[in-house]
Design a protein around this ligand. Structure first.
Ligand code: AMP
Length: 191
């Protein structure tokens, strides 16, 4: 049996992360935990969290680190993640979240941070095409700016810990998935 992998996936919004995450988790067995999906579910259920998050999400901002760290700590403590590992998508998004994640996973550290690399011009086109409700041009631009300012520095954070692998996200879905599989196979190879 393969061991439970703990992987963070990074990439600009619109980089194809969602599609690849579904394929990775079904092939490799980790639980796909997407903080964006969790927040959207909370919004549609009208929970307290959803009410707080909706306004921030609509303007393309970031929900506070305290709230996000709490949600993720709670989710990663659940049995399915402990047993099967996790593919964490959308978190961490800030250095404070990365530090929190390191604490949350203190006993069972991350195996890998996978960055799906797609150039800005390409993701803008893709996002406008998918036409999601929170994908107005202004919100897209705001989210990409935030990505550059807050999330891109995380790449160095993971690199310093020798966890970062960058995968070229251009090309068709199968090609990109093959590249990702190659990296996961390397990480899981017996030493
Ligand atoms: P996503 O589906 O990952 O693009 O997330 C959609 C929206 O949810 C983002 O634009 C943020 O407003 C919010 N969000 C998701 N994950 C986080 C996070 N880790 N920290 C702060 N806000 C988040």
């Amino acid at each position: 049996m393969t061991r439970a992998l703990r992987v963070v996936i990074l990439g600009r919004q619109g980089s194809g992360k969602g599609t690849q995450c579904a394929r990775i988790s079904s092939t490799w067995g980790m639980v796909h935990v997407s903080t964006g999906d969790m927040l959207r579910a909370a919004v549609s259920e009208g929970t307290d969290l959803g009410l707080q998050a909706k306004e921030v999400m609509d303007r393309g901002g970031l929900v506070s680190d305290d709230i996000m760290n709490g949600i993720v700590a709670e989710r990663l403590a659940k049995r399915d993640v402990v047993d099967c590992g996790v593919l964490l998508d959308g978190f961490p998004r800030t250095p404070a979240q990365a530090a929190a994640l390191e604490e949350i996973l203190a006993e069972t550290p991350l195996d890998l941070a996978l960055s799906l690399d797609v150039p800005v011009e390409e993701v803008v086109t893709r996002m406008l095409d998918r036409g999601r409700e929170d994908d107005t041009e202004e919100a897209i631009r705001r989210r990409l700016d935030l990505y550059e300012s807050e999330t891109a520095p995380l790449l160095s954070w993971f690199e310093e810990r020798d966890l970062l692998r960058v995968v070229d996200g251009l090309g068709d879905e199968d090609e990109v998935f093959d590249r990702i599989q190659g990296v996961l196979e390397e990480v899981t190879e017996p030493a």
